[in-house]
Design a protein around this ligand. Structure first.
Ligand code: NDP
Ligand code: OXD
Length: 309
């Protein structure tokens, strides 16, 4: 019977524990507390506190309650040899499709400009943009990026994508590696960041790369706050090079009340909701992975610690 140590950085982790217990009735779930950390064979966690892994010498795997494992793999107390497993989609991809579709329609139809005009009681009809000429560029063609790229194609946008290794996605122009980044950016009217946060991608939304986008482009960051150099984005928005940005992720979170991002007229802020982790779906996937691991079977989503995702 697997003993599972559980911690989720959530206001009320109770429903998550109950969902995991329902999905893994044969397991014993131990909700971590400073003085309650029995020796366990699996850890299921999201942003655990520093002491979470202390004394856990029997772990067979660490299951991250999220697609991005950057927080757990940068934990200095993470056991060195225990595999870390991420969530694969688990209900997040459809949410990402919706969020990016909302952004694309917003910038294509200039609803952002009209919202600003309304605040100024200003009546002006702006020149329309053509969907066929509004190219969506997705950085990161993994579990979520591939789904977003395909969905944007379905909506009739020209779509391009950029990843580390070569990809072939129906109807999507794919670019590979650092050498192709400038060419990818040069033809992107709305840039969507769906990269993992690694040493290679930290700060990738910087002045040089954002300035490589065509004049009037928009930026959507739904990956991690650490990808964005905020001052560079603001400078390019203020200079008129970029038309707008929609930001869902920040470093740190929650976004500080005095951050200029909240009040910038060309920035839309959402509180890390582009894809919310769903308790039932994610705990079911984690339970299935634990069962496979118990039977010595391979599982999807093991993090390669050397490359950082
Ligand atoms: P995956 O690991 O499945 O995909 C990552 C993609 O990024 C892959 O295509 C990978 O390339 C590419 N990539 C990684 N490093 C580089 C690099 N240096 N240069 C070019 N491409 C690179 O991740 P997911 O799609 O599941 O998730 C992506 C991120 O989205 C997560 O890491 C997380 O940070 C964020 N996220 C945000 C949420 C939110 O609510 N805001 C919710 C869920 C996730 P290759 O295919 O060649 O390996
Ligand atoms: C995730 C997230 O990585 O919620 O799953 O950000």
């Amino acid at each position: 019977m697997p003993d599972v140590l559980f911690y989720a950085d959530e206001p009320d982790p109770g429903p998550w524990v109950e969902a995991l217990q329902r999905a893994l009735p044969e397991g014993r779930i131990h909700q971590w507390a400073p003085h309650h950390a029995p020796l366990c064979t699996y850890a299921v966690c999201w942003k655990p506190p520093a002491a979470f892994f202390a004394g856990q010498t029997a772990l067979k795997a660490i299951l991250n309650i999220g697609a991005g494992a950057d927080a757990v793999i940068s934990d200095p107390n993470l056991p060195v040899t225990v595999p870390v497993v991420r969530l694969d989609d688990a209900g997040m991809a459809p949410q990402m499709e919706e969020y990016v579709a909302w952004c694309a329609l917003n910038y294509l139809r200039r609803f952002d400009d009209y919202a600003r005009a309304q605040r100024a009681a200003h009546w002006e009809r702006l020149a329309p943009r053509s969907r066929a000429a509004f190219s969506v560029g997705v950085m990161g063609l993994g579990v979520l990026g591939t789904r977003v790229a395909a969905f944007m194609r379905l909506l009739g946008f020209p779509v391009r994508g950029w990843s580390r290794s070569p990809k072939a996605i129906d109807g999507v122009v794919c670019f590979t590696g650092d050498d192709a980044l400038a060419a990818f950016l040069a033809g992107t009217d709305m840039l969507v960041c769906l990269l993992p946060l690694t040493p290679a991608t930290r700060g990738i939304l910087n002045a040089r790369n954002l300035a490589s986008l065509p004049r009037g482009a928009a930026v959507v960051n739904i990956a991690r706050g650490g990808h964005l150099v905020e001052a560079d984005l603001i400078a390019l928005l203020d200079a008129g090079h970029l038309c707008g940005a929609t930001l869902d992720v920040f470093a740190p979170e929650p976004l500080a009340a005095d951050s200029p991002l909240w009040r910038h007229p060309k920035i839309t802020v959402t509180p890390h909701i582009s894809a919310m982790t769903l308790a039932d779906e994610s705990m079911q996937q984690i339970a299935d992975k634990i069962r496979r691991l118990e039977r010595g079977l391979p599982v999807a989503g093991i993090i390669d610690r050397a490359r950082g995702y």
